[in-house]
Design a protein around this ligand. Sequence first.
Ligand SMILES: C[S@@+](CC[C@H](N)C(=O)[O-])C[C@H]1O[C@@H](n2cnc3c(N)ncnc32)[C@H](O)[C@@H]1O
Length: 269
Amino acid sequence: MQVLEQQDLLELIYHKYGYDFINYAKPSLYRRIDKFIADNQLESINNFHRLLMYHPEIFQLFLKDVTVNVTELFRDPLYYKYLREIIIPRLASYPIINIWHAGCSTGEEVFSLCILLKEAGLLKRARIYATDINANNLEKAKQGIIPLRTMKDYTMNYLQSGGTEDFSEYYTAKYDMAIINESIRSSIIFSQHNLVSDHPFNEFQLIMCRNVMIYFNRVLQERVLNLLHDSLAPLGYLGIGLKETLAFSEVQPKFETISKNLKLYKRIA
Ligand SMILES: C[S@@+](CC[C@H](N)C(=O)[O-])C[C@H]1O[C@@H](n2cnc3c(N)ncnc32)[C@H](O)[C@@H]1O
């Protein structure tokens, strides 16, 4: 019997289901494939390959598991402090503020921004799109539910981001869950979008695509950076993850660096 490799599996997924994981960073992706096979007792990559050919529901399970979904409210508080003090006041001049969170996971990032906008009196003027490849993440995000045990750390993050309100006013505690208030979430449009294969769908004054490209190889990072550039309005702002970079990218000359440490950029061309 032919011994299949992870690469063959990625080719099958691409041709059968149209999801292109071929240019994801390999070590992390391969670890997740192996873990999926072990967790679901699929025994071997050959067996997984065979199941994928005939059982689309296995692919849906895999899709739920394959992405790294780690996120936080006010992750990297100094980044949000900068948004609060420098970027958001600049957005105030637009009658409608279009914002895109690309790779929003379970919503913590977009809820954080909505809190900043609310405190700046701009939430009602904002149209906020939050997208992810993983439908399971989006379902959780739509419900606005966060484990209650994490809220102590998130309150610290909020305070470090310069927040001065009573953070507990932004959610309701229920059993072991915190539910972010509907008034914070109601301006968000959640939808599925694949950064690898889908196209620009609007023009934005601010795009946040944080801790997503870190899982892609250089080819894919370049493709996504071009997509993000094309989706920004002239003078629009882009925020990427602290471990990500525009350096070495062909789009770099089209951006002015606003904060080198916090990875915030402005489209200038
Ligand atoms: C580590 S989380 C980052 C969440 C959030 N941006 C943050 O920084 O806290 C990465 C997210 O990227 C999403 N993702 C991975 N590949 C994607 C793709 N091709 N298109 C859109 N989202 C993708 C994953 O599903 C996951 O929710």
